[in-house]
Design a protein around this ligand. Structure first.
Ligand SMILES: [Cu+2]
Length: 235
């Protein structure tokens, strides 16, 4: 391969990488991150995205270069020369993806394990889903019930899911995680909110005619405001 071709390939690759990076970085793709777990999930998201942009740049460079340099004439109907494989290339294109996929698996496993670690004294909240609304109760506060999920900021929270009728799914985009609610099962979801604010709770499992309207809110509060609310009688 001539040096000129390599320079051209690299230039196309850098341009393709720059365009892909701009598409990744300029629009605000992700909602605000409002929990410690969300921060870690975003890290995995960007880790994978940068790997994808790297692979895309190489593929785009070779594709664009080939279309540009090896274009056949309109009247040329002949076949290209047969290709018999290339051991060196095959080793490289097996080894690099293996390394990248292994790295993604390791990073994901670490994040999953960290996100599941609820610590010794989490706040426990029961989440109830039914057609078509959400409700919550707080076993640590005399089973206080609420139609809005109120949580203290910077404290580990374990939500235990209860589906009263059909499948539902608990999702707060700002917390990133999703958890299905299945009648008869009681999976848990661990969240550590780290940003005071009000965020939507959305059902993301088609659960009937009112599914699209099955919404609630989560209010992340300062710890003393939460204590005040939680120890007050009534809703
Ligand atoms: Cu639902």
């Amino acid at each position: 391969m001539r040096r000129g071709s390599i320079v051209q390939l690299i230039v196309i690759g850098v341009l393709a990488g720059a365009v892909a990076s701009a598409v990744a970085l300029i629009p605000n793709w992700l909602p605000t991150s409002a929990s410690r777990e969300a921060g870690r999930i975003d890290f995995v998201f960007w880790f994978v995205t940068w790997i994808c942009i790297f692979v895309f740049s190489i593929v785009a460079a070779v594709t664009i270069y080939s279309v540009w340099k090896f274009r056949s004439k309109p009247d040329d109907d002949s076949d290209g020369p047969p290709i018999h494989g290339h051991t060196g290339l095959e080793i490289v294109w097996t080894a690099i993806p293996t390394l990248l996929v292994t790295a993604i698996a390791i990073v994901s496993a670490i994040v999953l394990a960290k996100n599941d670690a609820a610590g010794a004294n989490p706040l426990r909240v029961n989440v109830y889903a039914q057609q078509f609304f959400w409700s919550y109760d707080y076993p640590g506060y005399g089973n206080k019930t609420s139609s809005i999920l109120r949580l203290p900021v910077d404290r580990s929270v374990v939500l235990t899911m209860h589906a009263k009728d059909v499948l539902h799914s608990f999702w707060v985009p700002e917390f990133r995680q999703k958890q299905d609610l299945v009648p008869g099962l009681h999976p848990t979801l661990h969240i550590t909110p780290n940003k005071v604010g009000t965020y939507p709770v959305i059902c993301t499992e088609l659960c009937g005619l009112g599914h699209a309207l099955m919404r609630s809110r989560v209010i992340v509060m300062k710890p003393n405001a939460f204590e005040q609310w939680a120890t007050k009688k009534g809703k």
